[in-house]
Design a protein around this ligand. Structure first.
Ligand code: ZN
Length: 327
């Protein structure tokens, strides 16, 4: 089991490095142009289009049974879904024939073809599908549910739309270390250890030891998905980011004032304090030294699994330190 998880973590690192390379061309502006253009035509808000696109891109980056995203738009249609299941030609690009076979492919850029290789056609085709439900949040949600048949997926896409709408931009990729760099803290790689505090079957996270009450910060852009007590994790917070990653903060001394489920956070925002809560009924504390248990979980559209936060923590710390020096 452990070997499988280690391989999965390795693959994840590998695929995310490919993603980083693809992003070097700074595609955010080009993507935004396409979202806004399709919004103008369909009245579907750009942030829903951005959310679906981002979700699908994430899924493709974390799955081996799907082709990696190669162009600006990450939405994936199977050829037979595009051309129509009963269409004898799965690479059909004639919009009228595709329509006849009930395929999803539509001509978005007006060049006469509905092409899977054309970003605008692909984005417009998804918008065209949603448009058959409506352009308000409730109807978009129904459309998403009929398309994906999965609560986690619909929840993530709706959350991403809220995040994009809130910030009004697509570039939301920066991260920080979960406790202030200047605080006294220590951590080492313990992911996968048989014993730990706040883990499940194995230790699903990294323990960052620090003084009681040291501020705990959101590590990236995201939305608070969970806040509350759990027998093992104590007071804890779960934050979902736009990369299909769930960040889990446990054993907190308490929560930041006014922090709510559904609240949008950005890197560095204080969400709670380091504590030693857990291992008993609500309020139990002090059964182990104060530390932050930090876990990361990846959703690939089918299942969600834990991976080792340690390399990310080390990277974020390094980058944050560099940025502090620059200032
Ligand atoms: Zn832990």
């Amino acid at each position: 089991m452990r070997a499988v998880l280690i391989i999965a973590a390795f693959l994840l690192l590998f695929t995310s490095s490919i993603g980083a390379k693809a992003a070097e061309a700074d595609p955010y502006q080009e993507r935004m142009k396409l979202y806004k253009k399709v919004e103008t035509i369909t009245q579907i808000p750009w942030y829903y289009l951005a959310a679906v696109d981002q979700y699908e891109r994430n899924v493709r980056l974390s799955r081996r049974d799907l082709p990696k995203p190669e162009s600006l738009i990450g939405i994936y249609f199977r050829p037979e879904q595009w051309a129509g299941l009963t269409n004898p030609n799965p690479s059909e690009e004639n919009p009228a024939i595709i329509q006849f076979f009930n395929g999803v492919g539509v001509d978005g850029d007006g060049d006469g073809n509905a092409s899977l290789k054309n970003d605008e056609d692909v984005l417009y085709s998804f918008a065209h599908y949603l448009l058959s439900y409506g352009v308000d949040e409730d109807n978009i949600k129904i459309g998403l549910w009929d398309y994906y048949h999965r609560d986690r997926t619909v929840g993530s896409i709706v959350s991403y739309a809220k995040i994009y709408r809130h910030f009004g931009r697509l570039n939301l990729d920066s991260n920080v270390f979960p406790v202030p760099l200047r605080s006294n803290h220590s951590y080492r790689s313990t992911w996968g250890d048989a014993r730990g505090w706040g883990g499940r079957r194995i230790h699903e996270g990294t323990d960052i030891f620090a003084g009681y009450g040291v501020p705990v910060r959101a590590t990236g852009y995201g939305i608070v998905e969970m806040k509350g007590w759990n027998k093992f994790g104590g007071w804890r917070i779960g934050i979902r980011d736009i990369n299909n990653t769930y960040h889990y903060f446990a054993h907190l001394s308490g929560f930041a004032k006014d922090l709510q489920v559904g609240q949008i956070v950005k890197p560095g925002m204080v969400i709670g304090g380091v504590g030693s809560s857990g291992y008993g009924p609500p309020g139990t504390s002090g059964k182990f030294p104060p530390h932050l248990h930090y876990g990361m979980y990846k959703d690939n559209g089918i299942t969600e699994w834990s991976f080792d936060p340690y390399p990310y923590l080390a990277k974020w710390k390094r980058i944050e330190r560099m940025n502090v020096r620059k200032k």
